[in-house]
Design a binder for this molecule. Sequence first.
Ligand SMILES: *Cc1c(COP(=O)(O)O)cnc(C)c1O
Length: 361
Amino acid sequence: MNQFALEPHPSPTGPAERAALVQAPTFGTVFADHMAAITWSAGGTGWHDRRITPYARLSLEPAAAVLHYAQEVFEGLKAYRWADGSIHTFRPDANAERFARSARRMALPELPVEDFIGSLEALVAVDQEWVPSQPGTSLYLRPFMFASEAFIGVRAAHEVSYFVIASPVGAYFKGGVAPVSIWVDQVFHRAGPGGTGAAKCGGNYAASLVAQEAAYQHGCEQVLFLDAMTSSTLEELGGMNVLVVMASGEVVTPPTSGTILEGVTRGSLLGLIRDRGREVVERPITLTELLDGIATGGVAEVFACGTAAVVTPVGRLAGETFDVTVGDGTPGELTMALYDELTGIQYGRVADRHGWTHRLV
Ligand SMILES: *Cc1c(COP(=O)(O)O)cnc(C)c1O
């Protein structure tokens, strides 16, 4: 395993201030004292200069390619503090492999899995006091890679930077799991065939923001995108996959055939659902079928899933021509059972049958 050189923060956050920040974190605004970094250079040098450095501003030339052509990918996973004080993450190999797939799609170099996991281990070892211990809290880990070369010609960059930053996050649902309202966008698409929908890249998010604005204007919290070819089948939310529980017990979800991001949470839940002896089918679901099912009772539950919110029940679906409540608008039974089971595994309260947890500290 490659070693990360440690450059300690000269004036780290004091224990009292850190404790206050870690106790009541607001998502995405507070960062641990350090970050991990690795640099890549073309011409045979490859990945080098593995280090843990103080969290600080980056110095980039205005010509840095990422600022012009968005050659960038990222990941998101969490470090969970267990009751015995140990710290674990969840399926980091799956994130590492997806990071490599995303990089390939964006013509970025593939970071080896052992460097991806090694960077998480090295960073969390140094900043372990930043992992909160309150129920439902965690340290969110954000690995990302971008074209740092100063060159405004159009080609894959010859110099690339990889970093991991860490941010303590509170329980996503403070007063218990609450259903969200979803705006089904029939104007904008997030991805098309042959595009970058399956890569976790910033550009997909940039392309989803106007639709997110439309959702807010219609009193909804999240957007559900439809396929770009026919605008008729469900794809996913801006940053979460979607699953539908039929009254028959069967669970259906759109197949990840290139335009949908293959969520680690999605894959894990499909496994847990199959473990329960339930049928899981990956197939296209039309909006018409979904709305008919909600109207007739054929659809029992709808939920979204992703690392940040784990499992999020969908209580309401609205679009230009409809506005419906799913079931009675409260979280469904399977939705909640899966939320409890998955978070139970992540926090070490439920037996990890699949070997998904990975000890960091
Ligand atoms: C990250 C992401 C997800 C969820 O993936 P997880 O690995 O479960 O966190 C779903 N959709 C999109 C577009 C994403 O970027």
